[in-house]
Design a protein around this ligand. Structure first.
Ligand SMILES: *[C@@H]1O[C@H](CO)[C@@H](O)[C@H](O)[C@H]1NC(C)=O
Ligand SMILES: *[C@@H]1O[C@H](CO)[C@@H](O)[C@H](O)[C@H]1NC(C)=O
Ligand SMILES: *[C@@H]1O[C@H](CO)[C@@H](O)[C@H](O)[C@H]1NC(C)=O
Ligand SMILES: *[C@@H]1O[C@H](CO)[C@@H](O)[C@H](O)[C@H]1NC(C)=O
Ligand SMILES: *[C@@H]1O[C@H](CO)[C@@H](O)[C@H](O)[C@H]1NC(C)=O
Ligand SMILES: *[C@@H]1O[C@H](CO)[C@@H](O)[C@H](O)[C@H]1NC(C)=O
Length: 419
């Protein structure tokens, strides 16, 4: 810093020297404008002149080091450039502005009565996209403590947590790091298994960002013990069939390995494990047993079981219904039958019963119908005569009475009479 000091001293000497020679006009003035710029950007520092008469213009930085002495670079910092020097305006630029460049820049005019004005340079530091820190292991039924962090901004950024479009209130704290501020927002949320993978985000807002926000998205990682479920096959298993048992596993972290085993026994020789499935082809009764699928992670373990019963292969389908009088030749066939599930036997025997029952019902129905028709016809025959009789002999109460009495002999006589 020897160089600027030399220049500063020189400036004063020069000013003193020059002031004795330079004739200054009345009414000379300088005006400075305040500037706000983003860190890393370029600042324009302007000094407006009024009634400039060729006096010396000096521009100094906040530490009162002379940057330019009447247009000539004084401080060796290439970030400063003199871009304009007219009788109305002197302008310098400062590139790659940092927060340490902040402060008052002096525009000084050496005249009889020395004018100076200060242009205040303000530097704003927009926040980066915040980061998210998870304090502890997040386990179902517990609490997740999430901290959103914006390590550097100026003025302080405002941070908020959002979940499903709503703000999650948190505890905000700020820490001053000299020129910039570090901001954090911590929330504590109760988590269940269903929250695993739920989206949550932290937004940073800042004047330098306008309406934009820097958003960090996060998905909750809720650890939980595994669950295990074996999908059982449809129907019953018979010798010669092949069986595929699929084990569906959940858990966070997802268990890497699942174990297949048989209770009190080893897995059959031909059993094949493919991923999460156990495949046994050509079943025999030696495969009977309880099969287990087990999985574990750091948060617990789980198992599901399947009871396998292999039934005898039936090559002979029973064709007759079990009867009290079983022929001796069929005894062996039926001896095997009780081993088969009732459902299968029932399906076979139910068909003839239903057919016979149907036929019988149809027969009875037909007989009843025939009877009804016969009775109806005979009644109708008699009725028609009586109707004719009634219409024809309406005045004769005698006959009406006779009809009401329903005398057989009279009926007969009436028939003859009419014919
Ligand atoms: C420039 O900034 C300074 C310091 O912040 C303030 O005192 C002054 O009034 C400002 N000048 C103008 C013209 O805004
Ligand atoms: C200062 O610089 C201006 C512009 O270059 C010039 O017109 C003026 O004469 C200079 N003044 C002195 C005292 O050198
Ligand atoms: C800008 O300044 C920073 C330090 O303030 C420096 O790390 C960076 O390299 C500079 N960038 C350029 C383009 O000069
Ligand atoms: C079981 O019966 C089926 C057909 O009825 C046959 O294809 C299969 O080979 C038999 N399996 C055994 C082990 O007898
Ligand atoms: C396994 O063996 C134990 C003891 O011998 C017995 O109590 C248990 O019922 C058996 N389990 C099965 C599924 O066979
Ligand atoms: C297997 O299970 C079936 C059905 O319960 C049974 O009939 C058979 O005897 C069992 N076989 C063995 C070897 O346990």
């Amino acid at each position: 810093m020897a160089f600027p000091t030399v220049w500063k001293d020189c400036t004063i000497l020069c000013v003193v020297f020059l002031l004795s020679f330079v004739r200054t006009a009345r009414g000379q003035a300088v005006q400075a404008e305040n500037v706000t710029v983003q860190e890393g950007g370029t600042a324009q520092i302007s000094c407006r002149l009024q009634n400039y008469d060729g006096s010396i213009v000096v521009i100094q930085n906040p530490r009162r080091q002379t940057l330019f002495f009447n247009g000539t670079r004084a401080l060796k910092d290439d970030r400063f450039q003199m871009v304009l020097f007219t009788p109305r305006l002197v302008r310098i630029t400062l590139t790659n502005v940092s927060v340490t460049d902040e402060g008052g820049y002096f525009c000084q005019l050496y005249t009889d009565d020395t004018h100076h004005q200060v242009a205040t340079l303000s530097v704003v530091v927009p926040p980066e996209t915040p980061s998210i820190e998870v304090a502890t292991d997040v386990v179902e039924g517990g609490e997740a403590k999430l901290t959103c962090l914006s390590p550097r901004s100026k003025p302080p950024a405002s941070l908020r947590w959002m979940r499903n479009g709503r703000e999650v209130p948190g505890v905000v704290s700020q820490q001053d790091n000299g020129k910039t501020v570090s901001v954090s927002n911590t929330i504590t949320v109760h988590v269940e298994r269903r929250d695993n993978g739920a989206a949550i985000s932290c937004e940073a807002a800042h004047p330098a960002l306008g309406n934009q926000r820097k958003v960090r998205h996060y998905r909750l990682d809720v650890h939980f013990a595994p669950t295990v479920k074996i999908t059982p096959p449809q129907g019953i298993m018979r010798e010669g069939d092949s069986l595929t048992l699929t084990c569906t596993v959940t858990g966070n972290p997802l268990p890497r390995n699942i174990q297949w085993s048989r209770v009190n026994d080893t897995l059959p020789e031909r059993a094949e494990i493919v991923g999460t499935t156990l495949v046994m082809s050509r079943l025999s009764q030696s495969h009977n047993g309880t099969y287990l699928c087990q999985a574990h992670n750091n948060y617990g373990r789980a198992a599901d079981h399947y009871n396998l019963l292999v039934y005898e292969n039936i090559s002979v389908t029973p064709t007759s219904i079990p009867d009290t009088s079983i022929p001796t030749s069929l005894t062996s066939t039926f001896a095997a039958l009780p081993k088969n599930p009732g459902a299968v036997v029932e399906t076979h025997s139910a068909v003839p019963y239903a057919v016979i029952g149907g036929v019988l019902a149809l027969l009875v129905f037909t007989v009843i119908c025939v009877l009804i028709v016969t009775i109806w016809c005979s009644v109708r025959q008699k009725g028609s005569y009586l109707t004719h009789e009634a219409s024809g002999l309406d005045e004769h109460g005698e006959v009406q009475e006779a009809f009401l009495n329903g005398n057989d002999i009279r009926d007969g006589t009436k028939k003859e009479y009419l014919l």
